[in-house]
Design a protein around this ligand. Structure first.
Ligand code: ZN
Length: 496
């Protein structure tokens, strides 16, 4: 055996143990959000802090550098080279950050989250701003250490969406925004908009329908489970991929479509080739590609007229008249466009406008062209322009999202990138599976899931994010298919 092969095997064995520990960390996080006793919070923070220390030491272990230097990449196959690409990128990021900066960021952001929650509850922006200014200062330092002379925002974005650039995303969003604002104005001016569902929908019934939806979309219960949490999420990869949802007895669609969204994330992780488990290729490749799976399940498939017909039948079986008379009215309620302040409650027409607002503001904060002191005014001005209403209270405006308080800068744009990717995949999927609507009308999402598994999910981290979408679609991803889909769908539904 050559020296380089030994180095590769040693590196991969070390990496496998790190990935296993990272899975344990994820399981602790899942437990914290679902079943952990309330009184355990402080001890859990210490447990996770200790494990984080172990993970940090492993990720910055100098032996990784030695192994990487000793490997002849030319002797490896595509899979081996892709593994090295991930390991090298993560090692570089981890070792470029001074330990003192990482510790300072961890300390400030854990405090900032509490202060943000207080400020939001009190509607007091000024209470949060000094701490946010600290977070921004540290994120700029972090970005500078990572960027090594390159663009600061790109360095942060790279953690969530390798290969994407702020300039590229910004140009794409600028092309999308006028069309979305125009569609929003048309739809909101419609003479007879669809009505919302009315009634009471017992929690047990909602969870039963949620289980059916997950099953019909191919979620593997032998390697997963569905639980309750305040904010729905997906946790884990490989043989243990768990999802959560939330229940509101007055509003069942939140539970059902949150479930389907998380089923998309979960199906991606469950669909990755088993050979890649506990290796760098064994996770979804980026936040944008991850969100493409959750969004296509939730929106292009789950909110289609065909699938809504089947789902309306299950709702009627479970809840009687299902709060809407007939499948068409149910489809209208599922896709109802409503003015609102809150990103997480936004419909498909408004959602990306929320993201573009945040992207432009956080990019300016990191570039230093917007001061934290001017953030609220910038938010409110932009919101009034794009949404046609004035923000009424900071909890509905600049204080609504947790992201900035915990230092997540560069994360927001991956939501819209995921929607753009979902639009592209939907176009390719419909061309490849001409029976799609007939299948969905029977509640059969099997052919859709099979196509996504074959063309996207099974690859895990094998290809770069944009590359996996391009290989699946046969064209370079762009915003056109998403905008055309939104125009056609909401134009028809609202008669505008
Ligand atoms: Zn998601």
């Amino acid at each position: 055996m050559s020296v380089s092969v030994t180095a590769y095997d040693d590196l991969m064995a070390f990496q496998r143990e790190t990935e296993a520990l990272a899975q344990v960390m994820g399981r602790l996080g899942w437990d914290q959000e679902t079943v952990m006793p309330r009184g355990a919070a402080q001890q859990r923070a210490e447990e996770m802090g200790a494990l984080e220390g172990v993970l940090h030491r492993r990720r910055t272990d100098p032996r990784i550098g030695d192994w990487l230097a000793g490997i002849d990449a030319g002797a490896l196959d595509d899979v081996g080279r892709a593994q090295l690409r991930h390991i090298r990128r993560s090692y570089q990021r981890a070792t470029r950050l001074p330990d003192t900066l990482s510790a300072e960021l961890a300390r400030i952001t854990s405090r900032a989250q509490g202060i943000w929650a207080e400020a939001r509850a009190a509607g007091d922006v000024a209470h949060f701003l000094p701490t946010l200014a600290e977070v921004v200062r540290l994120k700029r330092e972090e970005a500078a250490a990572l960027a090594q002379g390159g663009d600061l925002y790109d360095a942060l974005l790279d953690d969530y969406e390798p290969g994407a650039t702020a300039a590229g995303l910004g140009a794409m969003f600028d092309r999308m925004r006028p069309r979305l604002v125009e569609l929003r104005e048309r739809v909101m001016g419609a003479a007879t908009p669809p009505a919302a569902l009315h009634g009471t929908f017992p929690a047990a019934g909602q969870m039963a329908v949620a289980h059916q939806i997950a099953t019909h979309f191919g979620y593997d219960w032998r390697h997963g489970r569905l639980d309750h949490s305040v904010h729905p999420f997906t946790s884990g990869s490989g043989a243990d991929v768990r999802i959560t949802t939330r229940v509101d007895e007055a509003e069942p669609l939140g539970c059902l479509y949150s479930t389907l969204h998380e089923v998309g994330h979960g199906a991606y992780e469950q669909g990755i080739a088993p050979d890649y488990a506990l290796s760098p290729l064994g996770n979804g490749v980026s936040m944008g590609v991850h969100e493409s799976q959750s969004r296509i399940y939730e929106n292009q498939l789950g909110r289609s007229r065909a699938f809504c017909g089947w789902l309306h039948g299950r709702m009627a079986d479970t809840f009687g008249d299902a709060g809407a008379v007939g499948a068409d009215a149910f489809y209208g309620a599922v896709n109802r466009v409503h003015a609102g302040y809150i990103r997480t409650e936004a419909d498909e027409v408004h959602y990306n406008l929320h993201i573009m607002l945040r992207f432009d503001l956080e990019r300016a904060l990191i570039a230093g062209t917007l001061e934290v002191a001017d953030l609220e005014e910038a938010w409110n001005t932009r919101f009034a322009h794009d949404f046609g209403v004035a923000v009424d209270t900071p909890a509905h405006g600049v204080l609504q999202d947790v992201h900035w308080s915990v230092g997540l800068f560069g994360y927001f744009p991956t939501y819209t990138l995921g929607n753009v990717y979902a639009g592209c995949l939907n176009l390719a999927l419909r061309a490849a599976v001409p029976t799609l609507d007939a299948d969905l009308a029977r509640g059969d999402a099997g052919p859709a899931t099979a196509w996504l598994r074959e063309n996207v999910q099974r690859h895990g981290g094998l290809y770069e994010p944009a590359e996996v979408i391009e290989r699946a679609c046969g064209f370079a991803p762009h915003e056109g298919p998403l905008l055309d889909y939104l125009d056609a769908k909401f134009g028809a539904l609202y008669g505008v």
